[in-house]
Design a protein around this ligand. Structure first.
Ligand SMILES: NCc1[nH]cc(CCC(=O)O)c1CC(=O)O
Length: 332
């Protein structure tokens, strides 16, 4: 006897039709790099069947260009206004450079995806193709990052740095105007903007360990967004390997209570043996560098990040943090 054929529509198809009915409004900053990131997210979502719309939102980090980030205050300068829109339901998701996202995000919001990471290195750009960075170089390098300044002071003691806040186009204009000889940036942004031909030096990531999250794009949403929709978005956007690495790095940053204007750094990577994370802190003058590497199974990513931070703090990292905060007149 023939078996009766029951053709049940798989639940997932049903669900997919439902969640893709709604247009996903994507909140983004308006800089060229931010738009590149948001468009990449939109393309991935469209490939998964979603309809998308970009909503451009200006942040304090875009508006205040005459102060370094350390002076504006490190918390959420590039993310706060986007988070307000998530909360008020004006957008379903917000897209950020993972590096710009605070280590602890507000309780009513969550990070649902980290996109596949680009090469993590910092690079130097110059309009002079013969520009060479040597250990004794006396060049002026444009950067406003406390981490990059401190690392330069350690490894290139004769270098001078000059401020270079603003979006990548603004910084390139400053380079063009010869406000400095070379401009230091994350390779990820340079690549995404198509400025690779100006690269004259690539810093090795073991000396110039990047900032937490460098090279990855983070996607944030309100916690109370429809759970099936969240699942669908995560499936379309999240890169599992990058996610694991960022969990470890972000746990490190959270435990260090660093924020983006403190010269901490962390970089995790995956291999057959599991997860490896290198991280630490450097004093502003580059004189004291604390850096450690830990290895372990991927399931312990967050614990490893925390343990690494506690190790660094107990080796004198807490002292470095205290003196940086005291110098800035913050409460210690
Ligand atoms: N804080 C600015 C910022 N946020 C993300 C990037 C670059 C792209 C990335 O790392 O994802 C940059 C510029 C830079 O550091 O050169």
């Amino acid at each position: 006897m023939e078996e009766e054929q029951v053709i049940a529509l798989p639940e997932s198809i049903d669900m997919a039709e439902n969640i893709t009915d709604k247009t996903i409004r994507i909140g983004t900053r308006g800089s060229k790099l931010a738009l590149w990131q948001a468009e990449t997210v939109a393309e991935k979502l469209q490939a998964a069947g979603f309809k998308t719309e970009l909503v451009i939102i200006s942040t304090k980090g875009d508006q205040v260009l005459d102060k370094s980030l350390a002076k504006i205050g490190s918390k959420g300068v590039f993310t706060e206004e986007l988070e307000v829109c998530l909360r008020e339901g004006q957008v379903e998701i917000a897209v950020h450079s993972a590096k710009d996202v605070q280590s602890t995000i507000p309780a009513d919001l969550e990070l649902i995806a980290f996109m596949e990471r680009e090469e993590v290195n910092d690079v130097l750009l110059s309009f002079d193709p013969n520009f060479k960075l040597e250990r004794e170089s006396k060049a002026i390098i444009g950067t406003s990052s406390t981490r990059r300044k401190a690392q330069l002071r350690k490894y290139y003691p004769n270098i001078t740095t000059a401020e270079s806040r603003g979006n990548l186009q603004t910084r390139l204009r400053k380079l063009e105007e010869k406000q400095f000889d070379a401009l230091m940036l994350a390779y990820a942004g340079v690549r995404r903007m198509g400025y690779e031909e100006l690269i004259v030096h690539t810093f090795p990531a073991d000396e110039f360990v990047p900032a937490t999250g460098q090279g990855s794009v983070a996607v944030e949403c309100a916690k109370n967004l429809d759970i099936e929709l969240k699942k669908g978005l995560k499936q379309a956007l999240n890169h599992t390997e990058t996610h694991v690495c960022l969990l470890a790095e972000r746990a490190f940053l959270r435990t260090m209570e660093g924020g983006c204007s403190i010269p901490t750094f962390a970089l995790a990577s995956l291999s057959d043996e599991g997860l490896s994370i290198t991280g630490g802190i450097i004093s502003l003058d580059g004189a004291i560098l604390l850096r450690e590497t830990m290895q372990g199974p991927t399931v312990t990513a967050e614990e490893m990040g925390e343990e690494l931070a506690n190790t660094i703090l107990s080796q004198g990292g807490d002292e470095i943090l205290r003196s940086i905060r005291a110098e800035r007149g913050e409460q210690v």
